[in-house]
Design a protein around this ligand. Structure first.
Ligand SMILES: NC(=O)c1ccc[n+]([C@@H]2O[C@H](COP(=O)([O-])OP(=O)(O)OC[C@H]3O[C@@H](n4cnc5c(N)ncnc54)[C@H](O)[C@@H]3O)[C@@H](O)[C@H]2O)c1
Ligand SMILES: O=C[C@H](O)CS(=O)(=O)O
Length: 485
């Protein structure tokens, strides 16, 4: 990996005010999923270091909260500027440890940095209220105050943006954060901490603790000094962390699994729908929480859509994300490959037809062919389980009410998409879909300006938008008795 600034790839964890290097004790190798090469090592830390990070964070947060919003905003802005200035290096590190194509990785850096930029602005707009009193001698004031120390746990699929989407609002609100990144992609998180220090973020406010997920997560969820847990990852782990947080009544932010329906109605622009479905399906090799897991196409246009979609998918190039012209990288690990294989085999057994791909890629390792299955049906595993890979399943449907029922028949409620041009249908379907987010005539909806999040088993709370910073504040009601003169 050729970096302009090699110091960004640091084999160390940041625990409070001190860096602990991988050489100082037990360490964990980090590998490139495309080549299997070991990129470096990070320390294998646990509960003791997590406790230290929490304690230092609690102390540092007091002064940070006492600063003006402008002071916090200026430091966040400086962090944003450094992320953009080092975009190429951050992208190279991300591709090396996560596998996505370099262009997509650089895109994630821009997207991730935009949350720091957005919340540098929002920092100055956290407002309370003055409410008319319930008596002539009473005044009601509502204060918005930072919640305090935040525990954060993030996934490997967006190892930069899933962190900044939390750290941005938390720090802007005046909180401190102790982060456990995914074991597969720690270097992206560590590079963010290096740049945060350079931006002038006070020591102790942002820790990156690498090591045992169970031990670090156990301490974050049990320690009473941690007042909020913000988690992005699978629904199963989210539920476990929710239970672990219950004894200390922590505020929760959960960004969990999805199973997005992508619906193409007979009045849609088919070419636009194909373009949107390609993005919604194959971005990050199908490894996003908002991927189109189920593509429903109205029967009268099914064959035309299926042919166009297959031809577009066939043009995607699979390979090492560091190589030019690659559209789709490797899957993160063998477990991910097995999940895709299981969903394909199950679909075939239940009447599905593989019209493209369907096998492990000739490149070996965890590369998998871009795959399209037609004649998909609701009894297939992929209809209810998150595939998290390059498998597109096309379901035919007849009536609008049928596809709404099928789309909503899921434990998940994160993202959904549909293409239609009749404005009454657009309103009817957008209101009927039971999801936190609806893309209408677009397959890409994620942006810091909008509230990202889901309902049902897809989580609690929202990240991004002006709603996002509220998640890191507490409301305090002050009742003032004022004696008449
Ligand atoms: N809703 C969203 O915004 C969003 C975004 C990205 C990914 N996801 C979801 O994340 C999943 C894929 O990511 P993943 O495989 O990293 O998920 P995961 O739940 O396996 O891991 C997520 C994080 O939790 C940690 N973790 C795992 N077990 C833990 C435990 N017992 N205690 C504490 N921490 C623990 C992992 O080390 C990792 O850092 C998919 O379901 C995807 O939909 C959701
Ligand atoms: O995987 C889920 C992320 O939230 C993806 S994105 O925010 O849509 O880029």
């Amino acid at each position: 990996m050729n970096l302009n600034d090699p110091s960004l790839l640091r084999e160390a964890a940041l625990v409070g005010r001190r860096w602990i290097t991988a050489q100082e004790g037990e360490s964990i190798p980090v590998t490139n999923p495309a080549t299997g090469a070991i990129l470096g090592h990070v320390p294998d830390l646990g509960a003791a270091e997590t406790r230290e990070a929490i304690s230092v964070a609690a102390e540092a947060q007091k002064d940070w909260a006492a600063r003006t919003a402008k002071e916090r905003s200026d430091i966040l802005r400086a962090w944003f500027d450094l992320m953009i200035a080092h975009r190429d290096d951050l992208g190279a590190i991300l591709t090396a440890e996560q596998g996505k194509p370099l262009a997509e990785a650089k895109g994630e850096i821009t997207y991730g940095a935009s949350f720091i930029e957005w919340f540098a602005e929002e920092a100055r707009r956290v407002r309370g209220d003055v409410i008319p009193g319930h008596g002539r001698d009473k005044r009601i004031v509502v204060l918005k105050q930072p919640i305090g120390v935040v525990g954060a746990i993030t996934p490997w699929n967006f190892p930069n943006a899933m962190i900044t989407r939390k750290a941005g609002p938390a720090l802007a609100a005046g909180c401190a954060m102790v982060l456990k990144p995914a074991a597969q992609t720690p270097f992206s998180a560590i590079a963010l901490a290096v740049l945060a220090e350079r931006a002038g973020l006070p020591p102790g406010l942002f820790s990156v603790v690498t090591g045992s997920a169970a031990e670090i997560g156990g301490e974050l969820t049990a320690n009473p000094q941690v007042r909020k847990i913000t988690f992005t990852g699978s629904t199963g782990v989210g539920a476990k962390l929710m239970a672990q947080s219950a004894p200390t009544i922590k505020k929760l932010g959960l960004e969990l699994g999805g199973n997005a329906p992508f619906i193409v109605f007979d009045d849609a622009d088919i070419d636009a729908a194909v373009e949107g479905a390609m993005i919604a399906k194959y971005r990050n090799n199908g490894q996003t929480c908002v991927c189109a897991n189920r593509i429903y196409v109205q029967r009268s246009i099914y064959d035309a859509f299926a042919e166009k979609f297959r031809n577009a998918a066939a043009r995607l190039k699979t390979g090492d994300g560091a190589d030019d012209g690659v559209d789709v990288g490797p899957l993160i690990d063998e477990k991910a490959v097995s999940k895709v294989e299981e969903h394909i085999a199950d679909a075939i057994a239940k009447g599905g037809h593989v019209t493209l791909g369907g096998q492990r890629h000739a490149l070996g390792r965890t590369f998998f062919e871009v795959t399209v299955v037609t004649q998909a049906s609701s009894d297939m595993a992929l209809a209810t389980e998150e595939t998290f890979g390059p498998l597109a399943a096309l379901f035919p449907f007849d009536a609008e009410e049928d596809v709404i029922r099928m789309a909503n028949a899921s434990e998940y409620g994160l993202a959904s998409y549909f293409y239609a041009r009749d404005h009454s249908r657009v309103w009817r379907v957008a209101e009927a879909l039971e999801f936190g987010m609806v893309g209408v005539n677009t397959g890409l909806i994620s942006t810091p300006e909008a509230p990202f999040g889901g309902i049902k088993s897809s989580g609690l709370g929202r990240e991004g938008s002006h709603y996002g910073i509220e998640e890191f504040t507490e409301i305090k009601y002050v009742c003032l008795a004022v004696q008449p003169h």
